[in-house]
Design a protein around this ligand. Structure first.
Ligand code: GTP
Ligand code: MG
Length: 203
């Protein structure tokens, strides 16, 4: 359960992220896919993360402290033409540094637009996560824009695409920030991850 959500800080680079042992649960995906909206939906705190219909709204790494014990992290989107300074496969350095080098980064949700066929840029990013052993799950956003059948078809196409390359599928969720869809499932999954984390860190 999320009982408290407070903005902590915005970081321009990973040397600026909070220096404590609280684990980060982060959200990444193409610009405009709905990362910031999802954070507001999960925390039931509208206006906590800045949302915009113009892609490229979130430019920094934003930490939100949840229940005084972990962080939800809103990241800048990728795949937006006007973002410069890219490194690995066209992903901005702020993103790759955080995802691949930041020790606080505990689990990453990759958001994909449920209305679209699998996009090359997302598949490339997912491939890098796999190769680097970054734990991740996939969230299909804007599910309110599709019928139940269309949504199922879209998820199943994604699964087929991933199975061409991977033996196992990552956890997958469908969400709508407009309707609150997927909230319980996503928070439930995060709680499982955090329980395992605290078991390990007690040892
Ligand atoms: N219908 C619908 N619209 C959504 C949903 N989630 C986000 N949107 C809309 O999509 C647009 C982008 O949302 P953001 O949450 O700002 O997207 P973002 O991924 O944080 O974008 P950047 O910060 O630019 O990378 C906004 O106009 C939102 O209102 C959803 O679940 N359903
Ligand atoms: Mg954003």
């Amino acid at each position: 359960m999320i009982t408290k959500a407070v903005f902590k800080c915005s970081s321009e680079r990973i040397s600026q992220v909070p220096k404590d042992n609280l684990p980060d649960i982060a959200f990444i995906g193409r610009s405009n896919v709905g990362k910031s909206s999802l954070i507001n939906m999960l925390t039931r705190h509208h206006g906590l993360a800045k949302v915009s219909s113009t892609p490229g709204k979130t430019r920094l790494i934003n930490h939100f402290t949840i229940n005084d014990s972990w962080y939800l992290v809103d990241l800048p989107g990728y795949g937006y033409a006007r973002t410069s300074k890219s490194t690995r496969g066209g992903f901005a350095k702020i993103i790759t540094d955080y995802v691949f080098k930041c020790e606080k980064m505990h689990f990453l949700f990759v958001l994909v637009d449920s209305r679209l066929a699998p996009q090359r840029i997302d598949l490339d990013f997912i491939e890098q996560l796999g190769m680097n052993g970054v734990p991740f799950g996939i969230i299909f956003t804007k599910a309110d824009k599709l019928s139940k059948t269309q949504l199922q078809r879209s998820i199943s196409t994604y699964q087929q695409t991933l199975l061409q390359q991977w033996e196992e599928l990552p956890p997958m969720f469908a969400s709508s920030s407009e309707k609150g869809t997927g909230r319980d499932e996503i928070i439930g999954y995060i709680e499982e991850i955090l329980n395992n984390f605290s078991k390990y860190s007690e040892k």
